[in-house]
Design a protein around this ligand. Structure first.
Ligand code: FAD
Length: 470
């Protein structure tokens, strides 16, 4: 009941509190957040801080989505990051949360070790000593420039132009201008030979839009070092989820099957244990990858443009195969355990404690078309193939192999892909992916300029929070 005393207290609070908080607290606006990945979790967490009644509906029995740390079946202490793995020192929003929840960081890929490049049947060590003599038909100029020199000459100017855009949430204009080409086409346009392009892009998917390729390179250019959360990156979404669990603001096992809106509200229809339920609010935030949201919006009155991006945005298939090794034997040979290759396993990374004598993981990270080769194999076949590739790149792998875990993101029914993949011309879709449509708002890495990163999910949540609380 409003008496004179609590009216005066409320009026005094209104005079000093931020406008958004006052309005939210007064109207108790209710927000339904669909999807409990980093985007959905941080969105609900921040909205709750502002006084909104936000609730997350998550389809799985766990939060975190594409931040998933595998431990079972591996030696205790070994951490297999199936999804989000490294945090660049420039990703302030991710690091802010790490600090807020008191998590501790360790360096990712430390030590002065060399990487391997495997091509045409041979291993080449890069990063230490002179440029290897590549078994390729390079022009004299390409040979004398080497890999770093070619990258600088043909991509350096573009990256310098983009660097000026700093922390802006927009894709740098210099990058957007080149986005009509694939990476392959752009490098051909630069006059590079076929073999030089093969060398420069070893382990990468050259059919991707040039814009996305440049965003990835730009991140590498501005990053001085990478971190990993000690004990596993899943502690970050877990910390957010715990905050929401304690106030009953997250519901697990709720598969949302449709989202709708009218002039007065918005709703999500969910299935749980064979029952259907409609959850209503003032707003719905879709924090789902478009790959699993294609059929959700029939009642949502979305614009044609929005319907198109939801239907057409593609996702990179990504497979990871983790091989537990008895010893990190590659370190005793001065190698980092990282490699780019022309094998089925396009890339190897390694994760493990510092000492080479301790157990560690060699991880095959397959992105793009090579995942099709793995998709016809069962888990055992994938491990066998990866181990055979590992033996070629890091001789001794077979002898040291103890156990394995696999993860295919395109086979995961809650994801249907690893990372949003922007084909030529599609990087300009980001603002369309992100744009609110009435009472339905959109979060997720695919709506951010930091797409493909945990920071993209977090940044998108901050944007949605400011849209709702404006
Ligand atoms: C292989 C891989 C490597 C990566 N490496 C890095 C890295 O090194 N560094 C980095 O910063 N980032 C990395 N990322 C990216 C980072 O993990 C993602 O950008 C981020 O986690 C995406 O969060 P999100 O909330 O946007 O989406 P998601 O995590 O996909 O969250 C979506 C959520 O929606 C749920 N859901 C799906 N359908 C429904 C439904 N119908 N109803 C209810 N819930 C549903 C899902 O279960 C999931 O929890 C990597 C990702 C992958 C896959």
């Amino acid at each position: 009941m409003m008496n004179r005393r609590n009216f005066l207290t409320a009026a005094a609070a209104a005079a000093f509190a931020p406008a958004s908080f006052v309005r939210a607290a007064g109207a108790q606006r209710r927000v339904i957040v669909v999807g409990g990945g980093l985007a959905g979790l941080s969105c609900a967490y921040e909205l709750r801080k502002l006084g909104f009644e936000a609730i997350v509906l998550e389809g799985q029995g766990r939060a975190g989505g594409r931040v998933q740390t595998l431990r079972e079946g591996l030696d205790p202490g070994l951490i297999a990051e199936a999804g989000g793995t490294r945090i660049p020192d420039t990703h302030k929003m991710t690091l802010d949360y790490v600090r807020e929840f008191g998590l501790s960081l360790e360096p990712f890929k430390d030590g002065d070790f060399a990487d391997v490049m495997h091509l045409r049947g041979k291993n080449y060590v890069r990063g230490h000593g002179p440029e290897p003599v590549w078994p390729l038909q390079l022009t004299a100029e390409e040979r004398s420039l080497g890999v770093a020199g070619m990258a600088k000459r043909h991509l350096g100017e573009l990256l310098m132009a983009a660097k000026g855009s700093g922390d802006s949430a927009n894709v740098p204009a210099a990058i957007l201008q080149q986005d009509r080409f694939t990476l392959q086409e752009y490098l051909e346009k630069q006059g590079l030979s076929h073999d030089a392009i093969e060398l420069l892009t070893l382990g990468a998917d050259t059919s991707v839009g040039m814009g996305l390729a440049m965003l990835i390179s730009l991140n590498e250019q501005v990053t001085k070092g990478y971190f990993h959360i000690r004990g596993g990156n899943d502690q970050l979404p877990d910390a957010l989820a715990k905050q929401l669990e304690t106030i009953g603001a997250i519901r697990y096992g709720c598969r949302v099957t449709s989202v709708g809106q009218n002039d007065t509200g918005a709703w999500a229809v969910l299935e749980r244990g064979g029952e259907q339920e409609t959850v209503r609010g003032d707003y719905v935030v879709s924090a789902l990858p478009f790959s699993v949201a294609r059929n959700l919006f029939a009642d949502a009155r979305l614009s044609m443009e929005k319907q198109r991006v939801i239907r057409e945005l593609q996702y990179w298939p990504v497979d990871k195969v983790f091989l537990q090794m008895q010893r990190q034997f590659w370190k005793t040979e001065g190698l980092s355990g990282f490699a780019n290759t022309d094998l089925t396993s396009n890339k190897f990374w390694s994760l493990g404690p510092e000492s080479p004598d301790k157990r560690g993981l060699l991880l095959s990270y397959v992105v793009g078309k090579n995942t099709a080769k793995l998709s016809v194999m069962d888990a055992e076949g994938r491990v066998r193939q990866t181990l055979a590739d590992a033996e070629v790149v890091f001789p001794g792998a077979q002898k040291n192999f103890e156990a394995a875990r696999t993860k295919s993101w395109s086979e995961d029914p809650w994801q249907r892909g690893g990372l949003s993949r922007f084909d030529p011309g599609q990087l300009s879709w980001i603002p369309i992916n992100a744009r609110r449509e009435g009472r339905i708002l959109f979060a997720g890495e695919h709506t951010s300029r930091w797409n493909g990163w945990m920071q993209g999910a977090i940044e998108s949540a901050r944007r949605v929070v400011s849209e709702i609380s404006a």
